[in-house]
Design a protein around this ligand. Structure first.
Ligand code: URP
Ligand code: ZN
Ligand code: ZN
Ligand code: ZN
Length: 478
């Protein structure tokens, strides 16, 4: 008979539609949607529960070598395992070029890291930190044509940041080749100046991380990045947007007809700068929540929610950057009481991204289910050239799917998660939704609390040129 698997009585949602169907799966793809499909070799009854496209995490860091003593706790096995257990079926981590390295070397290195390990499908963004003439004229165009069609650039961090002229040059390559550029927008000189003043005043605790990176630092860099994108006439995505001031810049650009996209992350909905102050016992627990840009305050959380609702943001990502709190390799790599500027930046979030947004976005009534699917899956697939293979429930698409339990009475506990990080910043936050089953190309990788994936089953994905990266056709409205 025809189907390897039939998911019965699925209450499906895509970014556009809600419908009830049986889903027939063959050779890892959705082969039929309909009522009363013939029996499959295997059958699963969704019993009217939500069945959604698997999550796509468009921003996460796995097994990325750091420039210091710190080591990421998650490699491509533990990271993709954790993702699958939280309903994510595709990840886009970074292949990060270090200065002096060729882009090709960086890509080869990360393929070795992922090969035989990933449990779900993955594609790579590049990080361009050294845009030499050879990178701009040869390597980057070649790699884009090979399916590495998005890359991130940094306006901060000494070892990654580009000068303004370099940013303009790489944006021009993106325009010529049709790639999507992700921008980390924070002004490095403002941060350096504030950091120096804080350290001189003896203000070294984790909480001062937020004071060294106030919103104006993000606002200024966001504005500058938008200006460069307008100059070069190329769309860009501003990543990990933390609050009102950066959102206002993006909104201004969008209102003026520029193709400027926005990404935000769970930390800007669920954490505040106060969480960096959990260090009264001198154990510096606040380090657990150090990320850049830093979380802001309750008012800004609300503004970020509004941006998700209104469409200022197209994508919602974890920015999973996994460092252990205890031990010598993670947050304490520079010593247990190192000043805030020497604590590795980033927090884990691959597994909790979808349950947090489903619970506090959809079940609370802030987002409808189609918005949820768009933000966490469909738009991500489109942003990075993976649609319609990924991010949809449609005949011919990969059978990357989640069946959801809702109405749960749970709280997030790190002990229940499947990453290698020894904490979650979301410990104790209630969640009433969690995937009951996650399918990766038709195979069950997570079911009823059990990880059933296999290292190396995940496939590397070459990305198409993303439609959203196309420059706007001019001459009409502007
Ligand atoms: O603090 C953060 N966000 N660390 C991860 C790296 C990045 O800039 O996204
Ligand atoms: Zn960043
Ligand atoms: Zn303590
Ligand atoms: Zn990141």
């Amino acid at each position: 008979n025809d189907f390897d698997l039939v998911i019965r009585n699925a209450h499906c949602a895509t970014a556009a539609d809600v419908f009830d169907a049986d889903i027939g799966i063959k050779d890892g793809k959705i082969a039929a949607l309909g009522q009363g499909l013939p029996a499959g070799r295997e059958e699963i009854d969704a019993a009217g529960r939500w069945v959604l496209p698997g999550g796509i995490d468009g921003h996460c860091h796995l097994d990325q070598p750091m420039g210091d003593n710190s080591v990421m706790a998650d490699d491509f096995l533990s990271g993709t395992r954790s993702a699958a257990c939280g309903g994510t079926t595709t990840v886009l981590p970074f292949a990060c070029q270090f200065k002096g390295q060729s882009l090709r070397d960086a890509v080869d290195d990360y393929h070795r890291r992922a090969d035989g390990k990933a449990a779900i499908d993955y594609a790579f963004h590049l990080i361009v930190s050294d845009p030499t003439p050879d990178v701009l004229e040869r390597e980057l165009p070649e790699l884009i044509r090979e399916g590495y069609t998005s890359f991130k650039i940094y306006m901060t961090y000494d070892d990654l940041k580009l000068a303004d002229r370099e940013i303009i040059d790489v944006l021009a390559v993106a325009r010529d080749e049709g790639a999507m550029v992700m921008v980390h927008a924070e002004n490095i000189d403002c941060i350096a100046w504030l950091t120096e003043r804080l350290l001189k005043a003896g203000k070294t605790a984790p909480r001062y991380h937020a004071e060294a990176r106030p919103m104006l630092v993000e606002r200024e860099a966001t504005h500058r990045a938008i200006s460069f994108a307008e100059l070069v006439d190329v769309p860009i995505l501003i990543v990990h947007v933390s609050g009102r001031e950066a959102i206002e810049q993006i909104q201004w650009a969008q209102n003026n007809g520029l193709r400027i996209y926005g990404e935000t992350c769970p930390q800007y909905l669920f954490l505040t700068a106060d969480d960096l102050g959990l260090d009264d016992d001198h154990h510096h627990h606040g380090a657990k929540c150090i990320c850049s840009p830093p979380p802001r305050d309750k008012g800004n959380q609300q503004v970020v929610w509004n941006g998700l609702e209104s469409g200022v943001f197209q994508v919602f990502s974890s920015d999973h950057a996994p460092f252990r709190f205890d031990g010598p390799s993670g947050k304490k790599a520079a010593g247990p009481n190192a000043s805030f500027d020497r604590i590795p930046n980033g927090i884990p979030g691959l597994e909790t991204r979808l349950p947090l947004l489903f619970t506090h976005g959809v079940l609370s009534g802030r987002l409808d289910i189609c918005q949820f699917v768009a933000l966490t899956s469909t738009n991500v697939a489109k942003m990075y050239g993976l649609y319609p293979q990924k991010g949809s429930i449609a005949v011919g698409a990969d059978a990357d799917l989640t069946i959801w339990d809702t109405g749960l009475d749970r709280v997030i506990r790190n002990a229940d998660l499947h990453h290698e990080v020894d904490y979650t910043p979301y410990e104790g936050i209630p969640v009433s939704a969690w995937p009951a089953v996650t399918f990766s190309r038709g195979s069950v990788v997570w079911r009823d609390g059990e990880y059933l994936g296999r290292a190396g089953r995940g496939e590397f994905l070459r990305c198409d040129l993303p439609q959203p990266a196309r420059p706007k056709v001019r001459g009409d409205s502007r």
